[in-house]
Design a protein. Sequence first.
Length: 388
Amino acid sequence: MDAIDVLLHRGVDKVYPSREELEKVLRSGKKLRLYQGFDPSGAHLHIGHAVAMRKLRQFQELGHHVIFLIGDFTGMIGDPTGKQATRKRLSHEEVLINAKAYKDQAGKILRFAGQNPVEIKFNNDWLGKLTFANVLELASQFTVQQMIERDMFQQRLKNNQEISLVEFLYPIMVAYDAIAMNVDLELGGADQTFNMLAGRRLHERTLHKEKFVMTVPLLTDAKGTKIGKTEGNVIGITDPPNDFYGKIMALGDDAIVNCFTLLTDTPIAEIDEMKKKMDKGEENPMKFKKQLAFELTKQFNDDASARSAQAAFENVFQKGELVGEASVSIHATSVSDALVQSGMSKSEVKRLFAQEAIDLNNKTLHNDCDVAAGDMLRVGKKKFIKIV
């Protein structure tokens, strides 16, 4: 496979209108203008974002013009995709505070300086200037029936839950982004397909030219739940190395293959061999998960940080020691959840409670209880777990 084959196939869900048409354009030598939008409804980019940003980097390396669009206007509303209720509105000031560090975070993957740098744009620059007449003109290109075709809106109607008119306008706003920037291609997660196809429709009707859409698969955990800030299992790409490594180790075993495929350059043949060995019980998944945690910690930090984080994890979880201030961090909602994520069985956790061998913030526990970020668990005398 050459670079264009990798671009079109690895870590790609779908291409509209087709991969074949996009490949024809790419092999013609034409340099595309493309973008992905990021609504700063939170202050941190996570590894779910990294899937598409790695694809943006591939386009950048091939000489295409990449735009990193910060949705400082749409971020005030929030994308309704996958939400069971209308999002809480944010002020423009709150959104800008969240977006402040996005360039530095994205810079772990994208190149914002040097040859062919990624360009940063803010959609308030055009959306904030639209008149009501402009909005009506854009809205006239869509129907209510098209909007309520979305599965999430169908579910809300079924459950007698409200749908805000603003949520109907959101796809129209993000559709206009592509027109304002006059792009050739939009990239985004598979859950953004409706919004991106709405933009493709508007693009054709207003600019009378085709816009390609490329979707990438969602990064999911063991339960098929999207790894992201809303779902509570976020792994930030700027998390401290020890925390980052520990969170990767806390993922379910069946997230290993997906993460290797979408977040690393490990050859597919090698990943297939890993899956085969795990399925047959020939290798403990822990071996490959440690390899994954090391590779990703190195990718978002450096080799020395990855080695240090791996040593800290092994000292705490596999050797039962606490070295200096080193600890492994886990996201959990309860003590038992944290201990199971650390590798213990439910029966072992139950026995430890009975033996009063678990401390939460230096207080001995007799039963399971909720935990919050910043809490510290001690199991026995040597095992420490930090809750994040």
